[in-house]
Design a protein around this ligand. Structure first.
Ligand SMILES: [Fe+2]
Ligand SMILES: [Fe+2]
Length: 306
């Protein structure tokens, strides 16, 4: 069923680089890692909880598509995508275990729900699965831009471990932003299932993240307070304003993630990483710095770069 008219186009990045997620999270890591902002902390924590279920699913959907793909460039990209996503979910799993052991063991129930939901999704057609994966990844590109370009307002004063980990994850998302889309286009290419996949993949995942956030806030006995509701509205509005335009563009017939420009900070980070000695831990962001530059000395950016 490979589409005869599929053509693998060049990407923004030369290579999908596989990097170890060398973070040593402290054992006493505070799940409210954004001081004074449990809603933001738990929105991201809720999203983190989904990753060890979502990302293995993405990998399996891409693996299932391999037998239908003949283009060597795309096959290489699919391998890089899977290896990056495998590193992501393993690191999120380590982080999530800390969240559970540092006050939120009941989040295990949500993990059981996610296991069942992704098992169900895998009984659907491969076209539906790949459309979900491509749709989710197009939303992620918006999430990446939001986190990178608004890093100071989102992460100022926050845990350097958590901030650095999320941003590194998002940088790699940018590197492989074309792969799930290309795989869908090579396998099917049909517009409507892809558009539905944008809503399905984004809506399902964000819905699970919000569900997780509610559980964290309930445990903190904060959920039913009017002020908490207002803060939830504010955080979700920020999400919609920053990520929504990317989802909207992904819904358009001529969409291609190649047309979304990568932030300069991401390029500086990728370049800076190459200066890191092998086996070194990832240097942490200085979340007290007013511009929060990339954490590699040689690649520090001018203050006005975004
Ligand atoms: Fe990822
Ligand atoms: Fe991804």
């Amino acid at each position: 069923m490979t589409q005869a008219n599929y053509k693998h186009l060049p990407k923004d990045v030369d290579e999908i680089v596989i990097r170890p997620f060398a973070f040593d999270f402290p054992d006493d890591l505070d799940p409210v890692w954004a001081p004074g902002n449990p809603v933001r902390s738990h929105f991201f924590n809720g999203l983190s909880m989904t990753m060890p279920y979502l990302e293995p699913y993405l990998i399996r959907s891409i693996l299932r598509a391999r037998e239908f793909v003949t283009d060597p460039g795309l096959l290489e990209d699919m391998g890089g995508f899977n290896r990056q996503e495998a590193n992501h979910y393993k690191c999120h799993r380590r982080y999530n275990e800390l969240l559970k052991s540092n006050g939120y063991p009941e989040l295990a129930e949500l993990e059981d729900i996610m296991t069942a939901q992704y098992e169900r999704l895998e009984t659907r057609s491969l076209r539906t699965q790949l459309a979900y994966s491509a749709g989710f990844e197009s939303m992620t590109n918006g999430f990446t831009h939001w986190l990178i370009t608004k890093r100071v307002s989102l992460f100022a004063g926050s845990s350097p471990h958590v901030s650095s980990f999320w941003l590194m994850h998002m940088i790699e998302e940018t590197e492989h932003k074309t792969v799930a889309f290309d795989t869908y286009m090579a396998y099917s290419g049909q517009y409507w299932p892809r558009a539905i996949g944008v809503l399905h993949g984004s809506g399902h995942l964000v819905g699970l993240g919000i569900r997780g956030m509610f559980r964290f806030l309930k445990k903190d006995k904060l959920l039913y307070r009017p002020m908490t509701m207002l803060k939830i509205l504010k955080e979700l509005s920020l999400f919609v304003v920053n990520v929504g335009p990317f989802c909207f563009r992904a819904l358009l017939p001529g969409f291609n993630p190649r047309n979304e420009r990568d932030p300069q900070w991401m390029k500086d980070w990728v370049k800076g990483y190459t200066t890191l000695p092998e086996d070194a831990l990832i240097p942490l962001l200085d979340t007290s710095d007013p511009v929060m530059p990339v954490p590699f000395g040689a690649a520090k950016q001018p203050a006005n770069a975004v």
